[in-house]
Design a protein around this ligand. Structure first.
Ligand code: FE2
Length: 290
């Protein structure tokens, strides 16, 4: 049976948003235009060489019910959390945090000559895992070496499998079976990979220009490309080259109740979260993580 390439269903230009203590960023999922893309809840792109756009950062704040995935492209983000993790995420590093029942953390971009650039994506947890133990994965750039595909694309597999199972990312075993592949296309190279039928899939182009789908639709950064259903994602670059994050996951089809950094299934669960935060019962007392 021949495999069908996923068409481009929508191209979304990110909206300017000010978040945290005053960080200027571009949001493409989690807006009035696109509330969510089940199971993806939010996608923020931060990129600036002007400290005023980013130095205020994201001081200590809570999360519940989601996973946050942060990719740093340029510069450095210092972080610390209620599980006792503390450190810096630098260029090429990825932080994959499962908030589960609750975590408090801070994410502070450092002022550096090269500025800051990166992406943060929120992935929903299924109802049965929303109150699970928080977990933290620190994926360092040197543990994510790029591989070159037959079409000349340079890929780093973060989650799931790529290239017919020849490459496997460090993140696996999650309920929504995410596939995250970071793709760099040099001029006139191509990328082609399977994405399970029925899974939600998008590409976020944050540099250059890339053509997607059987229609070879040209998409220029910054932009979110939402794919229709099919078996494969196809992309190629013209004379300029480009870079994108390909993300796919199984939709949850569960009700979403969101309030700032908390995403639950019902309004009552949000109210309970806020009550726990007020009374100091938000963080669970039992031992956490490894
Ligand atoms: Fe956060």
């Amino acid at each position: 049976m021949s495999q069908s390439a996923r068409p481009v269903a929508d191209v979304i230009t990110p909206e300017p948003v000010v978040e945290g203590a005053g960080v200027h960023l571009r949001r493409s999922i989690g807006t009035r235009r696109l509330d969510h893309l089940d199971p993806f809840l939010l996608l923020d792109h931060f990129e600036s060489v002007s400290p005023a756009d980013y130095e205020a950062g994201f001081p200590y704040h809570p999360h519940r019910g989601i996973e946050t995935v942060t990719l740093v492209r340029k510069g450095e983000v210092r972080h610390g959390d209620s599980l006792g993790h503390r450190g810096a995420i630098g260029a090429g590093d990825i932080q994959w945090m499962t908030s589960g029942s609750g975590i408090m953390h801070e994410e502070m971009p450092q002022v550096r000559p090269e500025g800051i650039a990166g992406l943060q994506l929120w992935l929903n947890l299924p109802a049965r895992e929303k109150m699970s133990r928080p977990k933290y994965r620190d994926l360092q750039a040197d543990g994510l070496p790029p591989a070159t595909t037959d079409g000349g694309a340079e890929v780093r597999v973060i989650a799931g499998e790529a290239m017919d199972g020849r490459l496997t990312g460090p993140v696996s075993g999650l309920a929504v079976a995410p596939k995250f592949v970071d793709v760099v296309l040099a001029p006139r190279t191509t990328f082609r990979d399977v994405v399970p039928r029925g899974h939600t899939a998008f590409a976020y182009v944050d540099a250059g220009a890339v053509r997607f789908g059987p229609e070879r639709k040209v998409v220029r950064a910054p932009a979110l490309v939402v794919f229709g259903d099919g078996d494969l994602v196809e992309a190629d670059a013209g004379d300029e080259g480009g870079r994108f994050l390909l993300a796919a996951a199984r939709p949850l089809h569960e009700p979403i109740a969101r309030y700032g950094p908390f995403v639950m299934n019902t309004r009552a669960e949000i109210e309970q979260t806020l009550a726990e935060l007020r009374s100091g019962r938000f963080l669970r007392e039992e031992p956490r993580d490894e």
